[in-house]
Design a protein around this ligand. Structure first.
Ligand SMILES: [Zn+2]
Length: 152
């Protein structure tokens, strides 16, 4: 957030709104303003599954620029970390409200919160440049939200 500090300490392009972190921050700020005072666990789950591209102003455009991160679907990738269609993105989500936190609880989901699973074989077929990852790349099916609580 501090552009002076970022300029002094990093090479992060703070003014490039097309960069994943900047586009996602813009979307979070939109949602926080729109839902101020009305945010609960259900709304949070919706936010974590959000596919609105705040840079391109496009709904249902899952990519590296959406809250539910889908680098694997992005023709831009997430450079310099991931090239185009790099197998990366959201792998899990967690949420809790204040009452849940008091009870040492949270809900979590494995895979994308939106329900889209990652199929490693299909991805490698479409993107053979990542064939070298085949021995390690695994499917990541989307799993339902599950409540976790500390033992009593
Ligand atoms: Zn998604």
């Amino acid at each position: 957030m501090n552009s002076k500090l970022a300029a002094e300490e990093t090479d992060f392009p703070v003014s490039d709104q097309g960069v994943s972190a900047n586009a996602r921050r813009a979307r979070w700020e939109e949602l926080m303003a729109k839902y101020k005072g009305k945010i609960d666990v259900g709304a949070g789950k919706t936010f974590l599954a959000d596919h609105y591209d705040a840079f391109a102003k496009r709904p249902e455009a899952p990519s590296e620029r959406t809250l539910c991160g889908h680098v694997d679907l992005s023709p831009r990738g997430l450079k310099p970390w991931q090239e185009e269609f790099g197998p990366a993105g959201t792998v899990q989500s967690k949420i809790a409200d204040a009452a849940m936190a008091r009870r040492m609880e949270l809900e979590a989901s494995m895979g994308h919160a939106c329900g889209i699973g990652f199929d490693a074989a299909a991805h490698l077929k479409k993107n053979p440049r990542y064939a070298w990852q085949k021995p390690l790349l695994r499917d990541l099916p989307s799993r339902p939200w599950t409540l976790f609580a500390a033992g009593r």
